[in-house]
Design a protein around this ligand. Sequence first.
Ligand SMILES: C[S@@+](CC[C@H](N)C(=O)[O-])C[C@H]1O[C@@H](n2cnc3c(N)ncnc32)[C@H](O)[C@@H]1O
Length: 248
Amino acid sequence: MTVSLDPQEAAYYERLAGLWWDAEGPFWPLHGLNRFRVGYIRDRLVEHFEREQGERPLAGLRAVDIGCGGGILSESLAALGAEVLGIDPVARNIAVAERHAEGSGLPVRYAATGAEALAASGERFDVVLNMEVVEHVAGLEGFMAACCALVRPGGAMFVATINRTPLAGITAIFGAEYILRWLPKGTHQYRKLRRPAEVEACLRDGGLHVAHRTGVAVSPLTRRFRYTRSLAVNYMMMAVRDGAPAGG
Ligand SMILES: C[S@@+](CC[C@H](N)C(=O)[O-])C[C@H]1O[C@@H](n2cnc3c(N)ncnc32)[C@H](O)[C@@H]1O
């Protein structure tokens, strides 16, 4: 059992799991965001591990995608050469992800488990992806401690989420769920949104330091994503654990 799995969230993802790969369905924002965030992750990793840009710049890096859902991000990182393990405590997500990877022929491994159990097993990774998950977990500190433990010395974690500000409440919840209807009502709860300082405190407690952070904005007209200096709504960060980057 994954202690940080909120039963309400589990029910939500069990219900919608069949729609992960419908690029026009309830997960379209993740599909829309994907190319953009993959560029961010690739560029930071190329710099950190001193790789050449190219078709498979992440070749050989061991990555775990925590809360991988249907595998949208896992597959993209595998296509760049990373050895990806996607994990999610919602079993239906993993069934969908496995089926999709068979069709796309990408060598992603999946497991229906949480960060806590994986960290306890002693596995460590060059790259930990923690994207759009922290706003769904029960107990941020325990979840983040497990995610941090999964980062090997010299490795990196990426976190992406929504800030807890009035502006985020108005745009990312009220606007996206009730006005634009981009997401099903109830996808996000204001009290579970996470401020950057809260995430960063967990990263520090876990022995990581933030190396890069950026805001992310989406146009309601074109649905295009772009970087912004403001972290007031959506934001992403990269944190690293000191040590020799063994995957480099
Ligand atoms: C918004 S989706 C993000 C999916 C994927 N990370 C992405 O960005 O494309 C949130 C995911 O977090 C998973 N999740 C919820 N609680 C979790 C927990 N405690 N530990 C790990 N994953 C969790 C859900 O099952 C769901 O797949």
